[in-house]
Design a binder for this molecule. Sequence first.
Ligand code: ADP
Ligand code: ASP
Ligand code: MG
Length: 522
Amino acid sequence: MSIRTEKSKEPPNRLPASPRRGVVQDLIPLRSRRSGPEGDAGPDPSAGGKIIMKFGGSSVADAGCMREVAALVTAALPRSPLVVLSATAGTTDSLLAAARLAEQGDRDGALLIGRELQSRHRGIAGELFPGGLPGELDQALTAMDAELDLLLRGVAMLRELSPRSLDAIASIGERLSTRILAAFMQADWVDARTVVRTDDGFGSALPLFQELSALAARDLAPLLGPGRAVVTQGFIGATAGGVTTTLGRGGSDFSAALFGAALGVADIQIWTDVEGVLTCDPRVVRAAQPIAELSFKEAGELAAFGAKVLHPATIKPAMEAGIPVTVRSTRQPNGRFTTITAQVRTGRPITALAGRGPVTLVTLTCADMHTQSGFLAMGSLFQVLSRHRIGVDLIATAEDSVSFTVEAGLPLEALLKDLEGFGAVGVARDRTIVAVVGERLKLTPGVTGRCFGALREINVEMISMGANEINLSFVVRREDATAALVALHGALIESPMREDGRSAGGLSHAERRRGTNIVQFG
Ligand code: ADP
Ligand code: ASP
Ligand code: MG
């Protein structure tokens, strides 16, 4: 490993504007494309086996975790790792809480959180450097402490928290964790804001991939090489003018995919606290099992429908560049893991389940939906939704009504008022979308029958089969979501189905209730 000085903190401002702002699709340069979405995703010889290693918050929670991360990166040094780090566990939440307190005028409360964060990070650094912090790290921590202090005082004084200020405050988490790890590993530290060029959509900025790629090729690629590690931040970026942005909560996975696609690496590794992508969130279904292989489509669908293990935007850059994504556990680095590629190598009808909520279910009832005025109502519905800039997750139509789900917490009053012009409007809040995902779902007879059997005790309020036909979704009350997922997992995954739709054995109901778990997956 080499000891290097940090790079400039100012994002360079010399590249041409992107032709299509914020659109990742189609912007992946041809040189880094391999075989496209349907092709072979094997390693690219020209990439020289380079890897991205992204570690989430729980993987860098304390000094012990940092040491484990350092050991994993050291073992991977021949593969020229670019390490993409999240903030330490809970830090982003704390930073956002401090910002909110400052906005409410509670300056002291906000500064107290800031001081706690500083002492936590100094505590971690102190354990890693028992003989005293290297001067450069000490200075960096002090500078970030002063920066956070200043930002919080400013917000408290004005009692105004713009999304831009919030991003500046949130960015400190990733900058702290990466400083500590880079110093401990004596590795290069790169400010991601000098590479991850985004638009100014503060809070969930869109990356400008062409510019990001050019910056990565110019400033990042030369630092990467066998025997050395480079450490940078997930989650954060900057506009062309150098203003700090973030990619949205959980966005470090997305950063990892963007860096991977830009650099044309051989593997994007997402290191987290579970053994890969599981058949359901293990906090919800205890019997959930790791999945050995997953298609990009399935992983994208699971992430979009609530599988928190991957940020929903992660898959697209990796898929377009044809780079496999592996999801691994820092707690069990030699344990099982998931490989996500374009190819589906298993014949499983159902791959996994996910739950996303809360969402709001809106139903527009119009007595003559099938007549001309009904068609007009339908057409107007989309116009009204687009006028109010409200995105729809699921939609289903019936003889006299159309139902759709939208994210909870959106301001719906104006939309509902407009919709009332077409018919009666019903609103049901606190709902959850439960999604059944599988590449072979549409080819397998009997899936819906099994789903309905499993959900017989639960009131299903809407059903939708995604246009891509790999996702069958049910809307249920929020309080029924866990029971629905447990029942569906039992029926579809613990009692696996064959492609002809018949049961391939599996656990009896009594065995499942006892929590035994002997089914093989993948
Ligand atoms: P990190 O901090 O490493 O980014 P996250 O907390 O964002 O980790 O994501 C990991 C968590 O995602 C797991 O602890 C698990 O509870 C949750 N999760 C939800 N759905 C799934 C799934 N299908 N497979 C694995 N984990 C899942
Ligand atoms: N630290 C950020 C968050 O907590 C990004 C991430 O962890 O992926 O949302
Ligand atoms: Mg995450």
